[in-house]
Structure formats: C-alpha cells, structure tokens
Design a protein around this ligand. Structure first.
Ligand SMILES: [Zn+2]
Length: 225
C-alpha cells in the first residue's frame, strides 16, 4: 500500500468512525450474512431422548437440518417430531423399523414407508417429501415405492462416519469438505455429532455457507423456502 492509498484508507476509516459514512456490511443485520451456498445437514434415526439437546444445539448455532426419522420412533416420541418442526427443522422418512430394504418384499417396503408417512404426519411433522433408505441401500423397487408416496430419495455426499465411531474432530473435518448443494450424514443419537455442532457452524460461516433445506425437486441443498 503506497502512501496515497494509505491516507485514503485512513480517511475512510475516520469518516466511518465519525458516522459520516454508511458501511453497508456493518449496517446489515447479522442474520442477513451472505450465503454463497447452502449445505444440507441431516440427522438420522430419531426422534429420541437425545432430540431436545440436538435441537437446542442447532438453534443456538443458527443451523437448520433435515431429520430423517424412523416411523417407530415418531410414533413413540410424537412430541419430539413436533419439536423438530417448531425448531425450524425439516422432517423426512427413514423407514419404520430400519430394515435392509433391498432384502424385503415390495409389500414390506410399502408398509415401512407408508406407516412412517402416517406416523410423522400424525405427530405433527407434516407429510414427508424426502426419503432416506436405511444404510443408504436402495434399488428400483425401493425407489418406485418411495415415488408412489411422493418421496424423493436422498442419500448423502459426505458421510460423517459418526455411526462408525468418528471423533468430534473427524466429524468437524467431514463437514469442512461440504461444498454448495451437498448433504452430510449424521445421526440423532451421536454425542460426537452433537458436540461438533458449534464448530460445524463456525466452519460453514467462515466459508460463506449456510444450512439449507433439501429440495424435493433436485435432491440438493437450497435456500430455505
Ligand atoms: Zn439410519
């Protein structure tokens, strides 16, 4: 920086300090921080007794996520399904009992998906539009049944490995690999994923990424609609 530009910069700073210059960034509310892209945070296998702490952590860090609930737990913890929605989360279908769907008959697959639609809706979670097959295992029959119920199948781009004993550091590092539009797999029951949430939020903010919804049309993370 040469002397002339240094003086010009000092002038701008002093004008801003005196309140004679409107600094656009500083005038914008914190909530309106620019989002250069959106990522989809997902938590599978809830709801459960862990759900309240997870929702609190997400809310406190300004994050929204998609919760792929098991129907059996939506039926057992209906208040937590409602709490997910009230906390600004999106609720998806993750089958009723979490079987390996590719090893099931079409009628069992249909029952697993349809009962979960009913359980989530009955709990106040709305009728899901997104479906994640257990273990990410799918085939043409699973996809056809999901489509019958108006569901878009969502797998993931980044696996946090929280289900496989990943440390909090490793989960934070996994989230750091997300790029715009991508989706990360985490779990409602993972204490390490819960602990990672503040650092995930900081990391995304530092890269100009925001937590978004998953579009049923494209299966990609997009701005909340
Ligand atoms: Zn699962």
């Amino acid at each position: 920086m040469n002397l002339r530009s240094r003086i010009a910069r000092l002038a701008v700073v002093s004008m801003a300090a005196a309140g004679t210059l409107t600094v656009v960034d500083a005038a914008a509310p914190a909530q309106a921080a620019a989002c250069n892209g959106y990522v989809g945070l997902t938590f599978d296998d809830g709801p459960s007794g862990n759900t309240p702490a997870l929702l609190n952590a997400l809310k406190q860090n300004g994050l929204r996520a998609t919760m792929f609930n098991q129907g059996q737990y939506a039926a057992a913890y209906p208040a937590q399904v409602k709490a997910q929605v009230d906390a600004g989360m999106w609720v998806g279908n993750h089958s009723y009992t979490h079987p390996h769907l590719t090893q099931q008959s079409q009628s069992v697959i249909d029952s697993e998906i349809s009962r979960t639609q009913q359980a989530v809706a009955g709990a106040g979670g709305g009728t899901p539009k997104l479906f994640r097959p257990p273990y990410g295992e799918t085939n043409s029959t699973v996809q056809a049944v999901a489509a019958k119920y108006g569901l878009t199948q969502i797998i993931w781009d980044v696996d946090s490995q929280d289900w496989n004993g990943a440390s909090t550091d490793a989960i934070v590092a996994a989230a750091a690999r997300l790029t715009g539009g991508q989706i990360i797999l985490m779990h409602d029951w993972s204490a390490n994923s819960l602990a990672a949430i503040p650092r995930i939020a900081q990391g995304l903010a530092g890269r100009g990424l925001c937590a978004g919804m998953i579009s049923p049309q494209t299966g990609r993370a997009v701005a909340p609609g």
